[in-house]
Design a protein around this ligand. Structure first.
Ligand SMILES: *[C@@H]1O[C@H](CO)[C@@H](O)[C@H](O)[C@H]1NC(C)=O
Ligand SMILES: *[C@@H]1O[C@H](CO)[C@@H](O)[C@H](O)[C@H]1NC(C)=O
Ligand SMILES: *[C@@H]1O[C@H](CO)[C@@H](O)[C@H](O)[C@H]1NC(C)=O
Ligand SMILES: [Zn+2]
Ligand SMILES: [Zn+2]
Length: 461
C-alpha cells in the first residue's frame, strides 16, 4: 500500500515541479517530511495549478499520513530514545507533587525539541504546545507520579528509590507523550490549530488534574484525550468504550461515639460496637435495595476498629471504606446515604456519629465518562493507524482516574493501550510490585496520541 501512495505522490510532485527527478525513495521522504518552506511553496503551486491537495498534507487523512506518523515513531532512534526516557523515569520514581526530576527531564526534552511550555502548574506540572498557537486547541495528557510500593521486579532499570515504584505505568505515559511531541514537531506545519501537551502531577493522590485546571491547564482547550497502559490487552491493542469507563471513587471514615464502661455492666455504658455493627449491616442495603441493579455501584466497609480491653466497652469505634459508581448522580447519592445510614443507625443505639469523606484531602474522584464523539474519534484514529484487529471495545471498570476532572469540563476520551506480553512476563496488574510493561508499546502510544491530536484539529479547524 505504501508503494501505491509513493507513486501517486511522486507523480503529483513531478506535475507541480520541473525539478530534476529525485529517486522514488527520496521523493517519498521529501513529500512526507518536507520542510516548512518547501511545503508552503508546493501548496501554493498546486493551488495555482488547480491540482488536488498533496496527500501528505493530510487534510484528508490517508494511509500515507498514518504511515508517515508511524515511520517517525518506529525509527530505531525514536524507539531507543523513548525507552531511555521511560527507563530513566522508572529508575527514579517520585510520588504525588514531588515529581521534580521527572518534570525537569520533560522540560529538558521539550527544550531540545524547541517546544514552548508553561511551568509550573500545580507545583511540578507543565503545559506545552505545538502548532499555530491559535484555535482550535486540543489537549493530550500524561500523569507523572509513582506509587509508595517497593518494586519486586529484578531488572537493570528497576527503581533506585526504596519503597517507591512506577507500578501504574505513568513513566510510560510521560515517555509516550514526549514521543507524541517529537512526532507532532516534525508535522507542526501541517497542524490546523494547537496541540496542548499536559504533564500533570499527582494522579494517584491529591487530585493533580484538579490543581492543573485551577492553574489554567485547560485554557482554550475544547477536547482532551489520555491513555493508560493495561496488562489486560496484548501490546499495542487500543481499548475504550463510549460513556462511563471508570467509576467515581470516594472514601469514608466514620467515628461512632458511645460511652465507655465495664463490659460486665453494659447498662452503664453506651455501646458503639453494636452501633457500628448495625451500621455495617445497614450499609449493605444501600446498593442491594436502593440502587438500580443495572447501574453498577459498590459500598465496601474495609476498616473497623475500636477498643483494646476485652473487659471494657470502648468510647468509640472508627469504621471506614470506599464507594464507587458510574454516574455523578449515583455517586453523590451513595455519599449522602452512607452518611445518613451511619448517623441514623448510630442514633438508634444512642450513639453519635460523624462521617468524613476527605473532601479536603482530595480523595474524591468523579466517574470517567467518555464523550461519544471523542470515543468515536479515538476508535477511528486507532483503526486507521493500527488496523481493525488492534482496537477493542472494553467493559467499564470499577477503578478510578483523576482524568475524570478534565472530562467533567470538556468533551474527552480515555483509552487503554495494551502492554501484555507473556514472553516478557508483563502480565501483572497495575499497583502490583511485579508490574512491568512491554516497552514496544511506547512508539505505538506516541503515534496514537499524535494522530488523535492532529486529526482532531483537521476535523475541527
Ligand atoms: C512553484 O512554481 C514556481 C514557478 O511556477 C517554480 O519556480 C517553483 O520551483 C515551484 N515550487 C515548487 C516547490 O514546486
Ligand atoms: C456532581 O454532583 C455534585 C453534587 O450534586 C455537584 O456539586 C457537581 O457539580 C456535579 N458534577 C457534575 C459534573 O455534574
Ligand atoms: C513479546 O516480546 C517478545 C520479546 O521482546 C517479542 O519477540 C514478541 O513479539 C512480543 N509479543 C507480543 C505479542 O508483542
Ligand atoms: Zn494507579
Ligand atoms: Zn495510573
Amino acid at each position: 500500500m505504501k508503494f501505491r501512495y509513493s507513486i501517486l505522490l511522486l507523480s503529483i510532485l513531478l506535475a507541480v515541479s520541473a525539478a530534476a527527478e529525485p529517486t522514488p525513495s527520496a521523493a517519498y521522504n521529501r513529500v512526507l517530511f518536507p520542510d516548512r518552506r518547501c511545503q508552503r511553496a508546493m501548496s501554493e503551486n498546486s493551488t495555482r495549478l488547480g491540482a488536488p491537495p498533496v496527500a501528505a498534507e493530510c487534510e484528508v487523512w490517508s494511509e500515507a499520513c498514518s504511515d508517515a506518523v508511524l515511520k517517525v515513531a518506529r525509527q530505531s532512534e525514536t524507539a531507543e530514545w523513548l525507552r531511555g526516557i521511560r527507563r530513566k523515569i522508572h529508575a527514579n520514581p517520585e510520588l504525588a507533587f514531588e515529581e521534580i526530576e521527572t518534570s525537569r527531564l520533560v522540560r529538558e526534552e521539550l527544550d531540545l525539541m524547541e517546544v514552548s511550555y508553561r511551568y509550573p502548574l500545580a507545583k511540578t506540572g507543565i503545559r506545552a504546545w505545538i502548532g499555530t498557537g491559535g484555535p482550535p486547541f486540543v489537549a493530550i495528557r500524561a500523569d507523572m507520579d509513582a506509587l509508595p510500593i517497593q518494586e519486586a521486579v529484578e531488572w537493570e532499570h528497576r527503581s533506585k528509590v526504596a519503597g517507591k515504584m512506577h507500578a501504574c505505568g505513568h513513566d510510560a505515559h510521560v515517555a509516550m507523550l514526549l514521543g507524541a511531541a517529537k512526532i507532532l514537531k516534525t508535522r507542526e506545519h501541517l497542524l490546523k490549530g494547537t496541540v496542548v501537551l499536559i504533564f500533570q502531577p499527582a494522579e494517584e493522590a491529591g487530585n493533580g488534574a484538579k490543581r492543573m485546571m485551577q492553574d489554567g491547564a485547560l485554557e482554550d482547550v475544547e477536547a482532551i484525550f489520555a491513555a493508560h497502559v493495561s496488562h489486560e490487552h496484548p501490546t499495542g491493542i487500543i481499548g475504550s468504550r463510549p460513556g462511563p469507563l471508570l467509576a467515581g471513587c470516594g472514601f469514608f471514615r466514620a467515628v461512632i461515639r458511645g460511652k465507655k464502661g465495664f463490659a460486665a455492666d453494659p447498662h452503664r455504658s453506651v455501646d458503639p460496637v453494636l452501633a457500628a455493627s448495625a451500621s455495617v449491616i445497614s450499609l449493605q442495603g444501600i446498593v442491594s435495595r436502593e440502587s438500580n441493579p443495572l447501574d453498577s455501584q459498590v459500598v465496601s466497609v474495609t476498616s473497623f476498629n475500636g477498643g483494646n480491653n476485652l473487659d471494657m466497652i470502648p468510647d468509640t469505634v472508627v469504621l471506614g471504606g470506599t464507594f464507587r459508581a458510574f454516574s455523578n448522580t449515583s455517586f453523590y447519592q451513595l455519599l449522602e446515604r452512607i452518611e445518613q445510614v451511619i448517623v441514623e443507625q448510630a442514633s438508634v443505639y444512642r450513639c453519635w456519629a460523624e462521617v468524613d469523606f476527605f473532601e479536603k484531602e482530595y480523595t474524591i474522584y468523579p466517574p470517567t465518562v467518555n464523550d461519544e464523539r471523542m470515543y468515536e474519534h479515538v476508535k477511528k484514529v486507532s483503526v486507521d493507524l493500527l488496523g481493525q484487529k488492534n482496537f477493542r471495545v472494553v467493559p467499564p471498570m470499577m477503578g478510578a482516574e483523576d482524568f475524570s476532572f478534565y472530562s467533567e469540563v470538556v468533551p474527552s476520551a480515555f483509552f487503554y493501550i495494551g502492554i501484555r506480553n507473556e514472553t516478557l512476563g508483563s502480565t501483572h496488574t497495575g499497583h502490583s510490585p511485579y508490574f512491568m510493561i512491554d516497552e514496544d508499546v511506547l512508539p505505538i502510544g506516541a503515534a496514537t496520541h499524535a494522530t488523535i491530536a492532529e486529526r482532531y484539529l483537521i476535523q475541527h479547524g
